[in-house]
Design a protein around this ligand. Structure first.
Ligand code: PBG
Length: 327
């Protein structure tokens, strides 16, 4: 008599598979990114990201209504200002595009969790995430502006501050500034582990934030490094962050798992623009099944250790989760 394990016993029917499923996607896992733009009646399609738009404030309520109806609990906001300057003043203007968007959303749906991406690159004329002096991105001078940005976003009503700039010490600087201004209760979702990735290409079209010279490799991480991710995350935990983001997600699932194993904070995977665009392009060509690949990818991110996922697929996923499915 042959003796071997019968793994297939537990795969026999859909209900049986559902009973032994180890990982599940929930709507509560999803964070939906929204690009807000100055002007009126703007719903500008992002060419490289089918289904993603830059939306002006007068059309934002509609978008938020849809998101809330679908059962999504959280959005992350990126602003595209009218004018950019050397020091990114639009990022910390009390009536900047993101500040107004935050206030508007909180008035409409106070329970929707509004996350503010805290960075300068969409607001600087050179497109870098910090202050530039003699062609260098200067760390400590940038911290002051990032802290100002975070405070202005919290004043506008942001529920969570998500600094994505990769300057050293940004969590400490932002935490101190928030606390001094009475925002001790506002959590920091740190882009602790952010690689210098080619997968951000489509986002830079959406956010109009491509650097005018050089690249981001002096502040974002080398994709070849694993231990460095733990050093980055450790520093941010020590400085008081409340969530740890790993970005991008798909090519960095090993890092998601490492971070999950080493720290006891919620881990967020950022399913970035290039990952979205690849799926969209292949699906539009009829080369892959969009629903199947997206659900498999996001489930894999959770299996790797992500508690939350920032994803441009969020609205579609929420719809798919409402359908009966084998996922
Ligand atoms: C801002 C920022 C970027 C992304 C999120 N916040 C772009 C960058 O670092 O160049 C990328 C998100 C994506 O590709 O979906 N610093």
């Amino acid at each position: 008599m042959l003796n071997f394990a019968r793994h297939r016993r537990l795969r026999h029917t859909a209900n049986l598979r559902a009973m032994v499923r180890e990982t599940r996607l929930h709507k509560e896992d999803l964070i939906y990114p929204i690009f807000v733009v100055e002007g009126e009646n703007q719903k500008n399609p992002v060419q490289s990201m089918p289904g993603v738009f830059q939306v002006s404030l007068d059309l934002l309520n509609e978008e938020i209504e849809e998101v809330v109806k679908l059962g999504i609990k959280s959005v992350i906001l990126f602003g595209i200002p009218h004018e950019k300057d050397e020091v990114g003043s639009g990022a910390y203007h009390d009536h900047g595009i993101v500040q107004r968007a935050i206030a508007q959303i909180k008035q409409q749906h106070s329970d929707l969790v509004v996350i503010a991406d805290t960075c300068l690159c969409e607001y600087t004329d050179h497109g870098h995430c910090g202050v530039v002096e003699n062609g260098q991105i200067v760390n400590d001078a940038s911290l002051k502006l990032l802290a100002k940005t975070a405070v202005s976003q919290a004043k506008a009503g942001a529920d969570i501050i998500a600094p994505s700039n990769m300057m050293d010490g940004f969590v400490a600087a932002i935490r101190e500034a928030l606390d001094e201004e009475g925002f001790v209760h506002i959590p920091i979702m740190s882009y602790a582990v952010k690689y210098a990735s080619a997968f951000y290409g489509p986002f830079r079209e959406a956010a109009e934030s491509t650097p005018k010279f050089g690249d981001r490799k002096t502040y974002q991480m080398d994709p070849a490094n694993r231990l460095e991710a733990l050093r980055e995350a450790e520093a941010d935990v020590e400085q008081g962050c409340d969530f740890l983001i790993v970005k991008p997600a798909l090519s960095y699932l090993d890092i998601v798992r490492d971070v999950k194993n080493h720290f006891n904070l919620p881990v967020v995977a950022y399913n970035v623009s290039g990952e979205y665009s690849m799926i969209k392009a292949a699906a539009e060509n009829g080369w892959i099944d969009e629903k199947g690949t997206v659900l498999e990818m996001l489930t894999s991110m959770k299996r790797a250790g992500a508690d939350l996922i920032i994803t441009y697929h969020a609205k579609d996923v929420a719809r798919w989760l409402d359908e009966q499915s084998d996922y």
